[in-house]
Design a protein around this ligand. Structure first.
Ligand SMILES: [Zn+2]
Length: 257
């Protein structure tokens, strides 16, 4: 598997070989630049695409052929979350919510309701800062533990799932998570529900990517996503998919005992 370590090792090995060779034959300077750019390209892709498992091992799907999938919601709780909960309840579906610590502090009663209705909770950082990719390991540890504390206050047990904001990972995030021992949960169906403008296009995207074992990423932050959820549940039923929690799909414990 291509990891940050092996990519960097490869870069250094090739640069070393080229340096040796340059004593014997003429090697143009741009070869060195080209190889560095190739390394950079892989590093950038690996930091942005959680499925590559480049900096850390993320669980992005189940490999079972059962027609089970998991619907996940990021960035809540928000004022939209109760409506999402209503739809899930009506359809008797349990989902997984990756919550932001400061959103939990803002909407404690909504967070309580997510738990009371039997959905699974995961940690999604405290601030969800746009600059989280540049945080030190110490600052990342704070992000993670602060949210663990908020969740534990309501739930009575510590979450073991962590989902990196924006799916961005890097060596500092990897080191912090190694210390906190969270399971990193990714996705293999990114709905882009916060970016794509129409519900129909979002649904089309999900339908073309879904397969048994999928983990679908949605956000409980807009009415558009709520409408997508309603139609997605109809699609799942028509196609004999069963929506379960990430814990049921992956059979990995969501909480510490
Ligand atoms: Zn997020």
């Amino acid at each position: 598997m291509l990891t940050h370590k092996s990519n960097t090792f490869f870069l250094l090995a090739v640069l070393f070989l080229l340096s040796i060779l340059s004593f014997y034959i003429e090697i143009k300077g741009y070869y060195f630049v080209l190889i560095f750019f190739f390394w950079l390209l892989i590093a950038v892709a690996g930091s942005g695409l959680i499925r590559m498992n480049y900096h850390l091992k993320a669980h992005s799907r189940s490999f079972s052929s059962d027609r089970k999938i998991a619907i996940t919601f990021d960035d809540g709780p928000t004022e939209i979350t109760p409506e999402v909960l209503d739809v899930l309840k009506k359809n008797n579906v349990k989902a997984t919510f990756f919550c932001i610590g400061n959103q939990i502090e803002k909407h404690p009663e909504i967070f309580d309701r997510i738990i009371a209705e039997g959905h699974v909770i995961g940690n999604h950082s405290f601030t969800h800062s746009k600059n989280i990719g540049f945080f030190s390991k110490k600052k990342m540890l704070e992000e993670i533990s602060q949210t663990d504390i908020s969740i534990t206050k309501f739930l009575g047990k510590k979450p073991r799932y962590y989902r990196p904001p924006f799916g961005v990972t890097n060596p500092n995030i990897a080191k912090a998570l190694k210390e906190t021992k969270h399971f990193v949960i990714g996705w293999n169906v990114r709905s882009l529900d916060t970016k794509i403008k129409t519900e129909q296009k979002i649904l089309k995207r999900i339908k073309s990517r879904i397969s048994p074992g999928s983990i679908i990423l949605l956000h409980d932050t807009s009415l558009k996503s709520l409408r997508v959820l309603e139609q997605l549940l109809v699609f799942l039923q028509e196609n004999n998919y069963e929506a379960v929690t990430v814990e049921q799909l992956l059979e990995i414990p969501a909480y510490e005992n």
